[in-house]
Design a binder for this molecule. Structure first.
Ligand code: HEC
Ligand code: HEC
Length: 462
């Protein structure tokens, strides 16, 4: 067996035995310094809530925590699934209790638009304000304080009683107080961090000086689709760029509806206030599956039907609150079958693999549980470059050995609740028995006695 196979086997073993996800605050994913091409300029990241590694990590935990629903059944990810661009291919998702009224929005790339408001009808002013609304909703996550459901304060108490939230809030905000506003800030950071530029489109865009030039890595059909997307109908194009603005493909902020005014349950009234769409990036998965149904009422199962909608608008008569860019002879979208297919081929170049698979956006919980390894504050690891330290075997079930620079060390083994479970003076070639420790994650702290060296390491007890 090669190294990777052993490693995999080993990881499965550890995860199986410890039965909980682990976040190590000393070893966070990079959210703050993502690789962003310089042509990406439209974002709705507020100046007072930039993306940080710690904040987005907390946001990730909140996003995947089923404990944020009153019956521990639904996390945000129940409806916003990573493998579906953080959307849902059911017309209507079921939450903790019942379905919401509209089709779930895909939230990959939610941070890349000039539009700062959230929801299909933009009724929420910011992503932050939006992010806790589903928790209050009696049908989604159920901390509504109504119909016999618990209120938000009881959620805050529930979070306080976990191992991980007090540590995470302290790490991100300086103290362990949990508030709704802090939850919103962290979720805002996590949601906006969901973006990656490993697409065929971005490879092509990087190779040319402007959006309108043919991309060298595109097929003629994809270049034709791009040209149609970026050309006004009166010049023979499809005019999509007017509202879904490249190169981010987020929605324009000052538009009216696109003529799709249905509602999911029945035709008795119309939903004419829809002026937001998710990014047009990631409309299909990396394997080419379309992530329909599309639009707020999930009426269009395929991209072909989406295009038919735009092409047939002129035959529909007056539509209340429709955007003027879609009305009148100058704005008639006329595409033949080949042109339709070209636009769809172009839309398919906008898919990122990383967004669907990136571990930094994946579920940190294992078996619904999570442990956070706290930072040891007040200790700076000080080891000379040449000093070699080894603690082995690690993971271990019975005994760990130490090879340390000369002298005696104070050893502390600390559990994730920050309790010292073992404290002992050891020599520089020494071992301790750990058989009696509970299976799980620990921190080993070594302070040299009468010397300058401090050392911290993670220990997995099997
Ligand atoms: C029961 C399914 C469900 C759950 C659970 C859920 N959502 Fe949603 N989400 C939706 C639907 C449906 C919409 C669109 C609703 C609308 O516009 O009326 C939406 C919209 C959003 C948007 C707006 C995106 C945009 O571009 O404007 C964000 C952000 C979002 N959800 C984040 C979250 C977060 C964070 C959570 C967890 C706290 C969550 N959602 C839980 C179904 C769900
Ligand atoms: C006047 C502005 C406007 C123009 C022009 C426009 N759109 Fe849209 N588009 C919207 C709005 C608003 C929505 C959300 C509508 C809804 O949910 O009912 C939307 C939704 C979509 C969706 C569904 C996204 C999803 O996640 O469900 C796709 C795909 C789409 N448009 C593609 C296109 C294409 C392709 C073109 C060009 C032929 C185009 N649009 C032209 C405003 C526009």
């Amino acid at each position: 067996m090669n190294k990777i196979k052993w490693y995999l086997l080993f990881s499965i073993l550890i995860v199986g035995l410890t039965s909980s996800g682990i976040i190590d605050l000393r070893d966070l994913f990079n959210y703050a310094h993502q690789d962003i091409p310089n042509y990406i300029t439209r974002t709705n990241i507020p100046a007072d809530n930039p993306i940080t590694d710690g904040g987005a990590t907390l946001g990730r935990v909140l996003f995947y925590d089923k404990g944020l629903s009153f019956n521990n059944k639904a996390s945000c990810a129940k409806c916003h699934r990573q493998f579906e661009d953080f959307g849902d291919t059911e017309i209507i998702s079921t939450g903790a209790v019942g379905p919401p009224k509209r089709h779930t929005m895909r939230i990959g790339f939610v941070g890349l638009s000039e539009e700062t408001r959230a929801f299909w009808n933009e009724r929420s002013n910011t992503i932050e304000a939006q992010s806790t609304i589903p928790i209050h909703d009696d049908k989604e996550m159920g901390f509504s304080g109504k119909f016999g459901q618990p209120d938000f304060d009881s959620l805050l108490r529930k979070m306080n009683a976990t191992q991980y939230y007090p540590i995470l809030f302290k790490f991100v905000f300086g103290d362990s107080v949990i508030t709704e506003e802090r939850m919103q800030l962290a979720m805002g950071q996590f949601l906006r961090s969901i973006r990656a530029f490993d697409t065929k489109y971005d490879t092509g865009r990087l190779a040319v000086s402007n959006e309108l030039a043919d991309f060298p890595n595109f097929t003629p059909q994809e270049n034709e689709g791009k040209r149609l997307f970026n050309t006004l109908p009166k010049e023979g194009g499809a005019g999509c760029f007017q509202c879904h603005i490249p190169p981010e493909f987020g929605i324009r902020s000052d538009i009216k509806n696109n003529g799709n005014i249905g509602i999911i349950h029945g035709p008795e009234k119309f939903d004419t206030a829809i002026t937001k769409a998710p990014s047009l990036r990631n409309l299909v998965t990396p394997s080419g599956k379309e992530l329909g149904p599309f639009m707020h009422d999930g009426k269009h199962k395929t991209l072909s039907q989406v295009l038919d909608h735009y092409i047939s608008l002129d035959k529909k008569g007056p539509i209340p609150n429709i955007d003027p860019r879609l009305v009148g002879p100058d704005n008639n979208i006329e595409l033949d079958e080949g042109q339709k297919e070209a636009v769809i081929a172009f839309l398919k170049t906008l898919t990122s693999v990383d967004v669907f698979t990136g571990e930094q956006w994946s579920d940190p919980f294992v078996n619904d549980s999570l442990e956070v390894i706290p930072l040891m504050t007040g200790v700076r690891e000080t080891l000379p470059r040449y000093a070699s330290v080894s603690v082995f075997p690690n993971p271990s079930s019975r005994r760990i050995h130490f090879r340390l620079p000369a002298g005696y060390f104070r050893l502390k083994i600390i559990d994730v609740h920050q309790n010292t479970v073992l404290s002992k003076t050891i020599g520089y070639r020494d071992y301790v028995d750990i058989e009696h420790l509970r299976v799980g994650t620990y921190i080993i702290r070594l302070d040299q006695m009468n010397g300058p060296y401090h050392f911290i390491s993670k220990l997995l007890k099997l």
